[in-house]
Write a protein that binds this ligand. Structure first.
Ligand code: NAD
Length: 328
């Protein structure tokens, strides 16, 4: 019998990490999930705890990472990911993108494993071109409030390419554009969970700026499929994975009010510094190299996401209601 592949997924208790754990388990692989729970929640992987192919290790990957036995793949997804999180924990954000990435690249080298790192559309900053393709170098303010995240991810990409070029390590870089779905924290400050929470409580939906800034949203199952295909491909330069269906924040808010049947109205607040005005992935590379494109349309994805939030108990809703996670 062929030996099972063994994969380490960092950020496993988070939104994307937990869905990736599900996918790799479903592929029959052995999964080691690692997380320090700084923004994640064990509830996201509670259903896997008893699974024979799943192990969880609570660990901060900015510290040395030790794994016994073989590893075939590493997926480095540990990092605060929403502005509310990385503004609260800026140093940890810089450390996990730099020291954490270095630790995991070192581990991949010693195990002769292939590593995929989670980068982001934020490497394009407030882009001056649209849509953003992988050869656009970005418009990032290194000392602005978002710099801690954007620059950590840019460093992560540079370090990953250096390991590829100088050590011949098998590396993959995914530039993830806004992704949504069940298990996003209601209070993580990202637009969709915030709008949905506000709509479910019939509160005013808060738009920052005049709502003309655009975003595009990828449903989590499409994102996971793209990541999986990239890992198994032989392509080592960055690849955008996201949904190019772009719309204004005002349209997003209206769609959510309609889909939830909410009585909410829409209110406006000042736009935060360096908030990107537009965001839309060019996915030609993903289409050509990975034969990937998103399939879940927004209405379907939003319905599934809203259903997940509705299923949270009232107690959960109350607890998560904009009170901060204070885990250190
Ligand atoms: P998330 O906050 O739900 O998950 C991140 C996980 O990483 C959390 O469980 C957190 O506890 C863990 N973590 C953070 N620092 C750690 C450390 N030092 N050691 C161990 N664990 C640590 O966020 P997410 O949306 O699932 O994002 C996952 C990855 O995808 C991140 O690297 C993020 O930058 C990237 N990404 C996500 C999106 C998106 O739309 N969701 C977009 C672009 C990039």
């Amino acid at each position: 019998m062929r030996e099972k592949k063994r994969v380490l997924i960092t950020g496993a208790a988070g939104f994307l990490g937990s869905h990736l754990c599900d996918r790799f388990i479903a592929e029959g692989m052995q999964v080691i999930g690692m997380d320090n729970l700084i923004t994640g929640d064990l509830k996201n992987i509670a259903h896997l705890q008893q699974h024979e192919n799943f192990t969880f290790i609570e660990h901060d990957v900015s510290q040395f990472v030790r794994i016994t036995g073989k590893l075939d793949y590493i997926l480095h997804f540990a990092s605060p990911a929403s502005p509310i999180d990385y503004l609260r924990i800026p140093i940890q954000t810089l450390k996990v993108g730099s020291l954490g990435t270095h630790n995991l690249l070192g581990l991949a080298k010693s195990k002769k494993a292939r590593i995929l790192v989670a980068s982001t559309s934020e490497v394009y900053g407030d882009p001056l071109v649209s849509p953003q393709s992988e050869d656009y170098w970005g418009n990032v303010n290194p000392v602005g409030p978002r710099g801690v995240y954007d620059e950590a991810k840019r460093f992560q990409e540079a370090m990953t390419m250096a390991y590829h070029n100088f050590h011949g390590l098998e590396t993959r870089i995914v530039r993830i554009f806004n992704t949504y779905g069940p298990r996003m924290r209601l209070n993580d400050g990202r637009a969709l969970p915030t709008f949905i929470a506000q709509a479910l409580r019939d509160e005013q939906l808060t738009i920052f700026g005049d709502g003309t800034q655009t975003r595009s949203f990828c449903y989590v199952s499409d994102q996971v499929e793209g990541i999986f295909r990239l890992l198994l491909s032989d392509y080592s330069l960055p690849v955008n994975i996201g949904n190019p269906d772009e719309l204004s924040m005002l349209d997003v808010a209206q769609e959510i009010i309609q889909l939830t049947g909410s009585k909410s109205t829409i209110g406006f607040q000042e736009l935060p510094l360096d908030d990107p005005k537009q965001r839309r992935p060019a996915i030609t590379k993903a289409k050509e190299i990975l034969k990937w494109e998103p399939h879940v349309n927004r209405a379907t994805g939003l319905e599934k996401t809203i259903a997940y939030y509705k299923n949270l108990t009232k107690q959960d809703l109350k607890q998560q209601d904009f009170t901060y996670y204070n885990k250190k």
